[in-house]
Unconditional design. Structure first.
Length: 307
């Protein structure tokens, strides 16, 4: 196909350690993953702590797809827990999605095992491609990673993929649909004051930990927290929008590598689609904020009149 070339024979086909697929050489059991997803958040399941709503399920193709989302809520990642619970509610055990995670998740064996039971996989391109093409499973990626989930609160409605485009190459190489997903609400479970990217560079975190942030935030129980520490999420409405698949600029056949221009163009189109969904979520939230502000103004006026 135009814009594609023969793939390099050095492409790695296996993943190692925790996060490999399939785990220990076996096909993962969807029931196990779904059961763990089902029990991964009591407050989410009962809607007693978080509101949870998803629109756009009809846009998901029947075939395996690469879901591309923004990332929110710090290290506790309430956005992912919410989406996993909603996914199980909608599909039950019939369709399991595999989120991709940062290498740091797999450094501690006990943590790695717990996330592996959820169906979480190491964020490696070769793993994602095998899941999509050989095992025909959905894959969820958040390209912005730590930069996105720790973006300042003022930028909560702005997509930040931090220039990462590998996901677009995976989709073109695998020939699978890309479905944009946007979430809002998780970034209000704490207040990120700064992502601390300058601090991280000074401490050489990118080379040592493959991490580009050292955030400063207001959160429970830390108060003023410094560093990517997990927090106890405050109540919030977790809202998700799923958009129609984004058309690829080219179609590569198996064994072909997409041209860099095609990868760049696809990245731009996908980011624009996610941002458009996030803009919709922002527009839906603003009326509620305005009502709250108006209520506060009326309350202040009442207090002043009585004084």
């Amino acid at each position: 196909s135009r814009g594609c070339s023969p793939r390099s024979t050095s492409f790695k086909q296996t993943a190692d350690s925790h996060g490999r697929f399939p785990p220990e050489g076996r096909e993962p059991t969807p029931v196990v993953s779904a059961k763990v997803q089902q029990g991964s958040g009591g407050g989410l399941q009962r809607n007693t702590w978080f509101g949870l709503s998803v629109k756009g399920w009809e846009h998901l193709p029947a075939r395996a797809s690469l879901l591309v989302s923004n990332h929110s809520g710090g290290t506790t990642i309430p956005d992912m827990w919410g989406l996993m619970v909603a996914w199980h509610r909608h599909f039950g055990t019939g369709r399991v999605v595999h989120p991709m995670a940062h290498d740091m998740i797999f450094l501690v064996p006990a943590v790695a095992e717990a996330f592996a039971r959820l169906g979480v996989l190491r964020g490696a391109r070769e793993v994602a491609e095998r899941v999509l093409t050989e095992h025909k499973r959905d894959v969820l990626v958040c390209p912005g990673g730590d930069r996105d989930t720790w973006r300042p609160w003022r930028d909560r409605y702005r997509v930040n993929f931090a220039g990462r485009k590998g996901y677009a190459r995976i989709a073109l190489r695998a020939g699978v649909p890309v479905v944009p997903v946007a979430n809002a609400g998780a970034h209000s479970t704490l207040i990120v004051l700064s992502d601390g990217a300058r601090i991280a560079r000074t401490l050489r975190f990118p080379e040592i930990f493959r991490a580009e942030i050292f955030p400063v935030h207001l959160s429970v129980p830390w108060g003023l927290g410094v560093g990517p520490m997990p927090h106890l999420p405050m109540p919030s409405n977790l809202r998700y929008r799923i958009g129609p698949p984004v058309a690829p600029p080219i179609a590569c056949t198996p064994g072909q590598e997409p041209a860099e221009e095609a990868v760049l163009a696809y990245d731009v189109a996908i980011r624009a689609a996610v941002q458009a969904l996030l803009d919709q979520l922002r527009e839906e939230e603003e009326p509620a904020q305005k009502r709250l502000m108006n209520h506060a103004k009326r309350l202040r006026a009442r207090v002043r009149s009585r004084g």
